[in-house]
Design a protein around this ligand. Structure first.
Ligand code: SF4
Length: 450
């Protein structure tokens, strides 16, 4: 929230009725300012006040939604300059260019690779999300047919690219329900192109001529027209200038709260390189440095996979370990005689352990205990994987109803809890398993629960 408690208080009804749960309007204002209350809790706030507070509490970089369905993305919405300050929120969208004069084999290849490039890693689906469709015909009917054709081939989110408002409108008529990104409003076509964003309810790119001043004028005009879902392309097409622009835009938005630059950016890596390898490096630079969307000329596994992985690393909250839902995980169709293993809910541990069990084809029950995303050893050291804790979890999770035996295998790194766990479970056989997950298949081959 950008406003102080006192500033918010001045906008409230000041009747101290208490219906919001706070004893006074001032207390409620203070709660709002510190993020402990929601404005909706006061039924008497005027529409005008709601508007002011919504604007003030909005992120300094606007969150822009593009697309619908599985491939919909949110870009922008960032709150910090550097990832180590807190976290980056919305991953850079990765897209591929298709031009309207491209031959069918090339288009088919890009779409097939787009569909194939889907990777699941530590429970997160990684894939590109967008196609940027560039008109080369300057003919409304031609571009409309081209966009329709691509929409019939993929559910990807779309960027529609034409400087001609008539051509753009023809494409929007068929694609509007996909909420495509309109590319682009310029100084020249603004009066005719900008209203299309309002008419069709789609986000729009403000495209400059390589100068930040120009893009500022365009976004100011868009803001005057109450068009807020904007993405910035400064028009720079060399790495150094684009990099400088991205840093300046982020600083201006976050530090100076300069609204005309408070938008995510789009970067055309395909226009800044002479090979796919170079393009990949350019894209990597702007995934790290503030690109809301990066566009490539093609989607090749050796280029896209490292970019997806880099994106996953950069946009994972460093303060919040990745976690798996605690509970009972049946692996390889276990039955009442199958062994029971317990581990923590740090995603990496879960996926490694479950992967090893799956791969060795031994049926087993894997119990995943909530350790707030800490690994086994760290959780044990922090008192979140003690014998008492694990015992209580085993009793509560309901595994006793699924098995006939009373044996449980604990990770080798948590051997110290075996005595306490035996005491907590009373009558169970606690077996210390391997330290390393890679040893689990060998262990399960000979282990017989009692
Ligand atoms: Fe004040 Fe609204 Fe809370 Fe009543 S409900 S005390 S008017 S903030």
């Amino acid at each position: 929230m950008g406003m102080t408690g006192i500033e918010i208080f001045k906008l409230l009804p000041k009747t101290n009725c208490g219906e919001c749960g706070a004893p006074t309007c001032l207390a409620f204002a203070m709660n709002l300012a510190s993020g402990k209350a929601e404005l909706d809790q006061c039924p008497y706030v005027s529409e005008e006040t709601k508007k002011i507070l919504a604007e003030q509490s909005a992120p300094p970089i606007r969150t822009v939604n593009i697309g619908t369905g599985d491939y919909a993305i949110e870009v922008g919405g960032e709150l910090v300059q550097f990832r180590h300050e807190k976290t980056f929120n919305n991953p850079t969208g990765i897209g591929c260019l298709i031009t309207s004069d491209e031959d069918d084999a090339s288009i088919q290849g890009k779409i097939e690779r787009f569909k194939a490039l889907q990777f699941e890693r530590v429970g997160v689906m990684m894939r590109p999300e967008l196609f940027a469709l560039l008109d080369k015909s300057n003919d409304p009917a031609n571009f409309k047919a081209f966009v329709e054709k691509i929409m019939g081939m993929t559910d990807a989110s779309l960027i529609l690219m034409s400087p001609n408002p008539q051509v753009m409108e023809a494409a929007l008529e068929v694609a509007k329900d996909r909420k495509p990104l309109i590319y682009a409003v310029t100084m020249k076509n603004g009066p005719k192109m900008a209203p299309l964003a309002k008419k069709y309810g789609c986000p729009v790119v403000a495209r400059g001529d390589g100068q930040l001043d120009t893009v500022i004028k365009i976004t100011q005009n868009l803001l005057k027209m109450e068009i807020k879902d904007v993405v910035i392309d400064t028009g720079a097409r060399d790495l150094k200038t684009q990099f400088t622009h991205n840093v300046m835009i982020r600083r201006a938005a976050l530090v100076d709260r300069f609204r005309p630059l408070g938008f995510p950016t789009i970067v055309f890596a395909n226009e800044m390189a002479s090979s796919l390898e170079e393009e990949t490096l350019v894209a990597a630079t702007f995934i790290a440095k503030y690109g809301g969307i990066v566009i490539l000329s093609d989607l090749q596994p050796h280029s896209v996979y490292p970019l997806l992985l880099q994106r996953l690393n950069i946009f994972t909250d460093p303060q919040r370990p990745m976690t798996t839902e605690p509970g009972i995980y049946p692996i390889n169709n276990p039955d009442e005689n199958s062994p029971v293993l317990v581990t923590c809910n740090f995603s990496l541990t879960y996926f490694i352990v479950s992967g090893e069990i799956e791969a060795c084809r031994q049926p087993a029950w894997l119990l995943v205990k909530d350790t707030e995303g800490l690994s086994v050893m760290t959780a044990w050291a922090a008192g979140k994987f003690s014998g008492e804790d694990v015992g209580m979890f085993v009793k509560k999770c309901g595994i006793g109803d699924k098995i006939k035996h009373k044996s449980i295998v604990i990770p080798g790194y948590a051997a110290a809890i075996s005595g306490e766990l035996e005491e907590e479970l009373g009558g169970w056989n606690v077996v210390v398993g391997p330290r390393e997950a890679s040893q689990i298949p060998k262990f399960l081959k000979v282990f017989k629960p009692e």
